[in-house]
Design a protein around this ligand. Structure first.
Ligand code: CP3
Length: 352
């Protein structure tokens, strides 16, 4: 277990976790591995606790349960990082927008236009709910081996706003895109507010023990060039600058899913330490990005469901292509509920 001094400074007593050293730009012959959504419904131990909890939000706001769930995949697979168990909807919920989770569907919010949101949201009232999440981080940190990094996270302003405006996910996030075209000034103010609250939220996670943070922009890929710049890159840049000012040592991972040809500019302009790459990002592109930042991804979650020789060859191809750049092995999107545990075990063995 960790000494008091190590706990106090949030470090691992000189032994920097492999994941953190890769995030700082040092390639590693065997890349560290974790999987997006690694805690969740493909694990029987998750389903068991989930059944006891009642609602999904209750699970997120019960630190002893959320911490237990965060640790479940670490115990089972020995990943190089744990990611806080929570959801990107914590921010709208803490701001006072009503959030619920519909069984098997996803988040449901009370749909509102940006102007209404700006009038109704209360950034001064987030403390109580965020405090519960920070308590989860503290508990996880206390139960985590020193070599395992702890990642905090939040949703990116654009992606969170798409849910806040439409009330749920839509195939192309049309309602938010339309709102942004109709009233760009209000939209920009909403994203600034979300960016600033999210920096505060991530800073709290870092103070509680998170050693790196990831910003999930799952819907970045639906935006045209100018809008990508304004609603994805600019807010990420604002958040990176805000976090750097508070925590210059803590690496930031950006995950603009679907960024495609905009990925390079995103990395240069935002100054993220690492970029998460989705399933369609070519390995040659990842090699190029890896000259500027650490790269993370991009195994197809469906290939992990399928398993077999293609999983093996693709895993080797990813590792080989990215050997000379700082690389973190991960999926290109969250792990699927139907993923066999044996395939995850095989993947970890292959990467190691
Ligand atoms: O990675 C982890 O293990 C940490 C936990 C985590 C969850 N959600 C738990 C969760 C993280 C990092 C997220 C991020 C998240 N949540 C994103 C961004 C990443 C992505 O997948 O694009 C988004 C868009 C959401 C919103 C969300 N939450 C959706 C769309 C859904 C329902 C669909 C789905 O895939 O389950 C959720 C619910 C949710 N969040 C579950 C979990 C474990 C399942 C809830 C349940 O048990 O019923």
């Amino acid at each position: 277990m960790k000494s008091e001094a190590m706990q106090a400074n949030g470090q691992n007593g000189g032994s920097t976790p492999k994941l953190i050293s890769v995030l700082r730009g040092r390639p590693h012959p065997r890349p560290p591995i974790w999987l997006m959504r690694q805690a969740g419904r493909y694990l029987p131990e998750y389903r068991e606790l989930r059944a006891k909890a009642g609602g999904f939000l209750d699970l997120c706001y019960r630190p002893e349960w959320a911490a237990e769930i965060t640790l479940q995949p670490i115990r089972r697979f020995g990943f190089d990082a744990a990611i806080l168990f929570a959801d990107i909807m914590m921010v709208p919920d803490a701001l006072g927008q009503t959030v619920s989770f519909e069984e098997g569907v996803g988040p449901r919010l009370e749909a509102m236009e940006p102007e209404t949101l700006l009038r109704k949201l209360d950034p001064s009232g987030t403390g109580a709910k965020f405090g519960l999440i920070y308590e989860t981080v503290e508990r996880v940190k206390a139960g985590l081996p020193a070599e395992t990094a702890l990642i905090g996270f939040c949703g990116a302003p654009w992606t969170v706003a798409t849910y806040m405006i439409a009330g749920h996910a839509t195939p192309d996030q049309g309602p938010a895109r339309l709102a942004a075209y109709r009233d760009p000034e209000s939209f920009a103010r909403l994203l600034d507010l979300l960016a600033d609250v999210s920096v505060d939220y991530l800073s709290g996670q870092i103070r509680a023990g998170a050693q790196a943070v990831q910003i999930f922009d799952s819907w970045a890929g639906v935006l045209p060039e100018g809008e990508f710049q304004r609603w994805v890159t600019v807010p990420a840049k604002r958040m990176v600058a805000g976090l750097r000012a508070l925590h210059p040592e803590v690496p930031v991972i950006g995950f603009p899913r679907g960024a495609g040809v905009f990925a390079d500019g995103f990395v240069t302009e935002t100054g993220v330490d690492a970029i998460g790459c989705d399933t369609v990002m070519p390995l040659a592109e990842m090699q190029g990005l890896g000259k500027q930042a650490a790269v993370q991804g991009n195994l197809d979650p469906l290939l992990l469901v399928a398993g077999g020789p293609l999983l093996e060859s693709r895993t080797h191809a990813i590792i080989e292509a990215l050997q000379t750049v700082p690389h973190i092995f991960n999926l290109g999107h969250g792990i699927l509920q139907t993923t066999p545990i044996a395939h995850v075990e095989r993947l970890v063995a292959l990467v190691r």
